[in-house]
Design a protein around this ligand. Structure first.
Ligand code: ADP
Length: 259
């Protein structure tokens, strides 16, 4: 009797293992599918600006004396190459994080200072659009990778500028909450429609393709931000978005000031 019970038990164990294995296989094939889709998207997204650049080159060859065409070509080629450049950079950053032995260079950082540095690097852009920037920065410490923090903040602030209206505002604040540090970025602008809100962190998702293209968007910014934040052991959320303002909040594990 004891024997058959043992056999019963090991059959049960085997079935459990089989189930786990099936789940793992499903997960792997889903990852594989996502990767293939990602590569397909990248190729497609790269092709669009390249096609437009090529068309201009062909036209310029046909009409070498058309000054108006030349001016238009210069402006469009410049913005398309800039977009291509940004896409390449983001795809490289995303794929670097995919490496199995990828490691973050984590150190103790004062977030307020990092935010100030990033804001200064974007000062020209902020002024260009007449955007009013208000900050409420506190001394808070996180254990994070410096380059990653820059990627997170640059992308979020860049969106806050891009999707704002002229003479709108951006509010940036950070504060300590229990053993976490919260960074909140709020901006005026057209907002993100509710049905799109759940998809904005997906690679290549843009709320309005034309709006995003016009602004030099790639649809990769927020997916890169999300992965980078999660790599620091943190999380990101769209707190609210309506016709008045859009608020993103980044939560990072904090480090105590006194050790
Ligand atoms: P993109 O490179 O197109 O800006 P993102 O991944 O950074 O791509 O953002 C995805 C979409 O979310 C954008 O197309 C934009 O419509 C919307 N979005 C992102 N940030 C903001 C913001 N601060 N205010 C309004 N809309 C935003």
């Amino acid at each position: 009797h004891g024997m058959s019970e043992r056999i019963q038990k090991s059959i049960q164990n085997m079935e459990e293992e089989q189930k786990k294995l099936n789940l793992a296989i499903n997960k792997l094939s889903l990852l594989d599918q996502q990767q293939k889709q990602f590569i397909g998207n990248v190729t497609h997204e790269f092709k669009t600006p390249l096609t437009s650049i090529k068309a201009y080159v062909d036209l310029l060859e046909m009409y070498p004396d058309d000054l108006e065409l030349l001016e238009k070509a210069k402006a469009d080629i410049k913005s398309e190459t800039q977009r291509l450049y940004e896409m390449v950079e983001k795809v490289l950053q995303l794929s670097a994080m995919e490496k199995y032995d990828f490691e973050y260079n984590k150190e103790k950082l004062e977030i307020g200072q990092v935010i100030e540095g990033v804001i200064n690097s974007l000062r020209g852009k902020i002024e260009k659009f007449g955007i009013e920037l208000e900050t409420d920065l506190k001394e808070t410490y996180v254990e994070a990778d410096k380059d990653s923090l820059a990627i997170i903040l640059v992308n979020l602030l860049d969106n806050a500028i891009k999707y704002n209206h002229t003479r709108g505002y951006i509010h940036v604040k950070n504060y300590q909450k229990d053993n976490q540090v919260v960074v909140e970025i709020a901006n005026t602008g057209m907002g993100i429609p509710e049905e799109a809100a759940q998809r904005i962190f997906e690679p290549f998702f843009t709320v309005d393709r034309n709006r995003s293209r016009e602004k030099g968007g790639t649809g990769l910014g927020l997916s890169l931000v999300k992965r980078t934040v999660e790599g620091q052991g943190g999380s990101i959320a769209l707190v609210k978005s309506d016709s008045k303002s859009t608020v993103f909040s980044v939560i990072l594990p904090s480090v105590k000031t006194v050790e």
